[in-house]
Write a protein that binds this ligand. Structure first.
Ligand SMILES: [Zn+2]
Ligand SMILES: [Zn+2]
Length: 212
């Protein structure tokens, strides 16, 4: 009878009988690598994954809503952002002539002080429309005028300045465009003239943007 028969081949412990060795192996080794525990840890790993997924959804939801909260308003797809988005930045110029008189385009159209700026706005009374958005896009004069009439504290509103005229004529770079002024696309350095009432004998065809 060789000693090795009663020696544990795993830990080297010696036993006086094969039965005791078998018992030792069963108690000290087989049960230390039970098959139940990995299953428990596996399922708890699934639980951890599920918890992580829930946390991720919660974080994404919070980010989504806090992101939404920083967007103060949107008028016809034109967003009002807390900071000026300069990725896409071009300028057009607007003249408004009502009953043969030039109407000053108000400063601050599309600007809610200490709150946000719409992608379409005016910084002064020059008639320069600033188109400043985080992505290159096509914007229309109609969108600008909607922003104009939806900016608090701006006087006069476009609607009031034009007495609600639905027959406004539009000239782009000196040429009359037979379309609704609302559909006019704001392109870089366009000179846009809107006329309500009599059309003046000379319509400006360009504007000196001075580097804008
Ligand atoms: Zn600006
Ligand atoms: Zn600008």
């Amino acid at each position: 009878m060789a000693d090795t028969e009663k020696k544990c081949d795993i830990c080297g412990s010696k036993f006086d009988s094969s039965d005791n060795l078998d018992l030792h192996k069963k108690e000290s080794h087989q049960e230390k690598a039970p098959k139940i525990k990995p299953q428990v840890s596996k399922s708890s790993r699934y639980k951890a994954t599920a918890v992580a997924a829930v946390i991720a959804v919660v974080i994404i939801t919070i980010v989504y809503f806090s992101d939404g909260a920083t967007t103060v308003g949107t008028v016809q797809g034109v967003q009002c952002d807390p900071v000026e988005a300069m990725y896409f930045h071009v300028h057009a110029h607007l003249d408004l002539i009502v009953d043969s008189k030039s109407v000053t385009i108000p400063a601050g159209i599309g600007i809610k002080p200490n709150e946000c700026l719409y992608w379409l706005h005016t910084h002064n009374t020059s008639g320069v429309i600033h188109i400043e958005s985080p992505k290159q896009d096509t914007f229309t004069l109609g969108q600008f005028i909607q922003v104009w009439d939806n900016t608090p504290g701006i006087s006069p509103k476009f609607e009031d300045a034009t007495h609600g005229d639905v027959g406004i004529r539009v000239f782009v770079n000196g040429t009359e465009v037979k379309a609704s002024y609302e559909t006019i696309i704001l392109s870089a350095h366009d000179e846009i003239v809107l006329v309500s009432g009599d059309v003046p004998s000379s319509i400006p065809s360009s504007y000196e943007f001075n580097g804008l």
